[in-house]
Design a protein around this ligand. Sequence first.
Ligand SMILES: [Zn+2]
Length: 195
Amino acid sequence: MLVLIDGELKSVGKWEMLLQRDFPFMRQDSDSDGSNIYRKWGFECGGGWYKLLRACCESIVKRYAEDGIGIGEIDFEPTQIKEKYGTLRFYYSYTDAPCGIAAFDNLATGESIRIEPKSKADIDDAKAKLRHDICAIVRAAEEESSHTCEICGAEGKLRNDSDLGIHWVRTLCDSCHEDRIKKAIEKRKKMNENS
Ligand SMILES: [Zn+2]
């Protein structure tokens, strides 16, 4: 499906529509000002991670429900959901904790130092516990992405094909990885033919 964002058509997968439909806190708003990257631009990762993202959202709903908070009152706010160094980065905030910088990424090591959202107001113990658990839920989803193919969702692992001139580390299953190598070799052949 194509959606108009800032005068440009963006292709939005069915899985992205489903997550927005089933989880109100995942709704995007292409008319927003862009201070929340997710709200404006949506997912910046492949649909192979749909299932783990869905499971993550379901766990969030369940955890809020334990505190008697309904799905419509959830104050969890995704701020950016993307692939980086081959794995999922799910940055988030809360409605009472404005989103600032969510992480510092070390380009050399691929390490990411995360900054947890801080509420302006004092929060009670129950809320602190809730947010602690939400953090663990999100981290578990990120961890799962490190062995889930970003294209098809099958069991995968991190692939570095820089020797083939592919400068994009991705988590892929064997079959999607083979496809990627084939395409890279074909591309290289074409380039050689044209030179
Ligand atoms: Zn795959």
